[in-house]
Design a protein around this ligand. Structure first.
Ligand SMILES: [Zn+2]
Length: 364
């Protein structure tokens, strides 16, 4: 079932001519990452990046400094270097084109039709998860600028039941036209029916492609895999993480093993909620940015690559084996039900099965 709504597609009072400076500074790149700039300025900056390595560097420095960007949808995100900004923008364009219908016949203005009643399953390879969040965050921001409303729900591993889908209409301030659910394939297929396509709303379900496949869904929108040369520029970070892993105390090492398998951790894994998180862990925030009880690290896939390296070294492999046992016993403390541990085991074997030998000892 398809309904349609019409709104103007241009943001108000942002159409003044914009003169581009020679270069932009870190502050401007920070605003760019936070989508705080008028659309025409943002477009000019994206174009500029295409031909300016100096500004690309500044952008990634801004991403390093900027808390808001670090926590896209509440989750730690890496610097945006795996996809160049023009690629991100073209992905945002593609997503927008999936939710906008054809222009109204005979209407030369910028009137856009939102094709309501659609559900879009969005997937990414596991190293690309922060990029998927980044693309969808920019998509949502663009839709909000054209006066459509949107809400984001869900937190990774926070619950075994999906959060309620916001209503498509009604007096409640929660009602919205675009509803987004994070880490959607984590939920039971039947429970996920709560998030089926609804008249009057567009539903975006986000998850890793491998998780979608396992759950029997096909993705409508997927991210391309990062070009190998961009991945290579991150190898130094991976080396640093491997070094950090070897030098840390056992509970941090165990936690790094969890993120290497793509599993976030409850914050209390490190002790009482009031304590600060040890580096390199960062809180995962709720949309309201309060009471974060989960944590992870930036670019968790680099932890995966670091641990993959560790498993090639016989001495480090023994360390990983001992740390895994610590992690598993801690997970038993924190997760009385085995759903989380099953998922951890599945992910661990999927990522490290080829180089890992031996049982994970997950049986209760
Ligand atoms: Zn520049």
């Amino acid at each position: 079932m398809t309904a349609a709504a019409a709104k103007t597609a241009t943001s108000p009072s942002t159409e003044t001519a914009y003169e581009r400076p020679m270069h932009y500074d870190v502050g401007e790149w920070t605003s760019y990452l936070n989508s705080e700039l008028p659309e025409n300025v943002e477009e000019a900056m994206t174009d500029h990046l295409d031909g300016c390595p100096a500004c690309c560097k500044l952008l990634s420095r801004a991403a390093d400094n900027d808390e808001a960007f670090v926590t896209i949808f509440g989750r730690p995100a890496g610097p945006p270097s795996l996809l160049m900004p023009p690629t991100v923008e073209s992905l945002v364009d593609r997503l927008v084109s999936m939710v906008l219908g054809p222009r109204v016949e005979g209407d030369a203005s910028d009137t856009a039709q939102l094709v309501l009643g659609r559900r879009i399953i969005c997937g990414a390879e596991w190293p690309m998860e922060p990029e998927l969040h980044s693309v969808v965050a920019r998509f949502l921001n663009r839709m909000k600028r054209t006066l459509f409303s949107g809400r984001v729900r869900g937190r990774v591993f926070a619950s075994t039941e999906p959060p309620a889908r916001p209503a498509s209409q009604g007096a409640s301030g929660e009602a919205c036209e675009i509803a987004i659910l994070l880490d959607a394939p984590a939920y039971d297929r039947q429970d996920l029916q709560l998030w089926d396509a609804q008249p009057g709303q567009i539903v975006l379900l986000l998850g890793l492609r491998e998780d979608w496949e396992r759950a029997g869904f096909t993705c409508d929108f997927t991210l391309p895999i990062a070009p190998p040369e961009l991945v290579a520029t991150r190898e130094a970070e991976r080396d640093a993480l491997l070094e950090a892993y070897v030098d840390q105390d056992v509970s941090i090492r165990a936690a790094i093993l969890s993120t290497a398998a793509g599993c976030d951790l409850p914050r209390r894994f490190f002790g009482p909620l009031t304590s600060n998180l040890p580096a390199p862990f960062l809180p995962i925030q709720r949309p309201s940015r309060t009471a974060d009880v989960w944590c992870s690290i930036r670019s968790g896939w680099l932890a995966y690559r670091a641990i993959l390296d560790a498993l090639q070294d016989e001495r480090l492999k023994l360390l990983v084996r001992a740390d895994l046992e610590v992690l598993l016993s801690r997970l038993k403390e924190h997760f009385p039900t085995c759903a989380f541990r099953d998922r951890f085991q599945m992910r661990w074997l999927k990522r490290f099965g080829q180089v890992w030998s031996g049982s994970l000892g997950m049986q209760d």
